[in-house]
Ligand binder design. Structure first.
Ligand code: ATP
Length: 349
């Protein structure tokens, strides 16, 4: 099922949580709503689910306006962080819940419900745990039960709010892969909320980047990562360093260093901001060409050595990641170096 949000506005008191959201989700897409805390991701997801009503705008499912339609009629499966499993029900009872509460005319009989629950238990790889209670499961197992419960009603849309939020890194990775396979095999249209960029870039076909109740950019993981369109996206994705500079006649000046920058050829002279990712900076000898800097910290307890340097002219701190084979090991705090930007983008202002 395709989903559309058209001009969605939502206010809480005087606070505008969503400032006019337009979004087109195609059938079969796996979409991530990515943004910092408070950017409106959950609010948008709840409105898509029909759990909350928007103040303005429309939600369309397959081009049909859902305004005023009850949750049950939307046939969406959802897994929300605070929508916990029913503690007094077994795993199997939890999974079958959505089927048992259907109106009599649509309700499958007991044997059909049992068959469906067994099938879902197999799907989420919990076939032996149907008789347990939620308190007897691990966090990852509980999440899988929550997913099975959401899938029991055979939704065509699956909405997930930080589905793996509370789990440790290894379980998260496993569940991610598993969810991706499930999405494909059940031909779902899925939307999930996350503030974890790695999760969004790895899982989704389409990433929607939100900031302060608005969409900053929508695109494939490659597009949003490699072609950020706004300063917010530059900084939010990949932790780009923000370096104030001066644009003049097709070059940029950072402090007193002038750097060739063909990418600014079309920009007007004046103040600008260069965005450069930590892995796109290299560190060279103090007497080499580049922007003079001083090493502030060297972090070696990570797969790639990370170095923090301070530019001599401007006192600006920059994060640098070095390739594993580079001499992160011989750099020391206080050492004078130069930095070079292998790749950077510049926005005016
Ligand atoms: N029921 C409510 N009453 C008042 N303000 C609310 C309510 N729900 C959300 N907000 C506010 O709306 C804004 C957006 O909240 P939302 O939960 O959508 O953000 P989010 O991007 O999902 O954040 P997080 O990643 O922290 O969950 C926040 O500033 C929040 O405080």
């Amino acid at each position: 099922m395709g989903l559309q949000a058209q001009g969605i506005v939502k206010t809480f008191g005087t606070f505008k949580a969503l400032g006019g959201i337009d979004l087109d989700i195609k059938r079969g897409e796996f979409v991530a709503l990515l943004g910092p805390s408070g950017s409106g991701k959950t609010t948008l997801l709840r409105i898509l689910a029909g759990l909350d009503a928007q103040d303005e705008g429309h939600v369309l499912f397959n081009e049909e306006d859902m305004t005023g339609r009850k949750l049950r009629d939307r046939r969406v499966g959802f897994v929300f962080q605070h929508y916990a499993l029913f503690k007094h029900m077994t795993v199997a009872e939890n999974i079958g819940f959505g089927l048992r509460v259907r109106p009599t005319t649509e309700r499958p009989n007991k044997a059909e419900i049992k068959a469906r629950v067994d099938e879902l238990l197999r799907l989420v790889q919990l076939e032996r745990l149907g008789d347990r209670y939620p308190s007897q499961l691990s966090g990852g197992q509980r999440q899988r039960v929550a997913l099975a419960r959401a899938l029991a009603i055979e939704p065509s849309v699956l909405l997930l709010d930080e589905p793996f939020g509370a789990l440790d890194a290894k379980v998260r990775k496993e569940l991610r892969r598993w969810l991706r396979r499930l999405h494909e095999s059940m031909q779902l249209t899925s939307v999930f909320v996350t503030h974890d960029q790695e999760e969004a870039l790895e899982l989704a076909d389409k990433v929607v980047i939100m900031n302060q109740g608005l969409i900053e950019q929508v695109g494939s993981p490659e597009e949003v990562y490699h072609k950020p369109q706004t300063s917010f996206v530059y900084e939010f994705l990949g932790g780009a360093n923000r370096v104030p500079c001066e644009i003049r006649g097709g070059v940029v000046r950072i402090g007193s260093t002038i750097i060739a920058a063909p990418q600014v050829a079309d920009l007007k002279d004046g103040p600008g901001t260069a965005y450069v990712r930590p892995e796109e900076i290299s560190i060279g000898r103090a007497d080499g060409g580049g922007v003079p800097a001083i090493v502030q910290h060297v972090f070696r307890a990570s797969p790639l050595p990370r170095v923090e340097v301070q530019l001599v002219d401007t006192s600006l701190a920059l994060d640098v990641t070095l390739p594993p084979d580079e001499a992160g090991a011989i750099l020391a705090k206080g050492q004078r170096v130069t930095v070079n930007f292998a790749k950077f983008d510049v926005l005016p202002g």
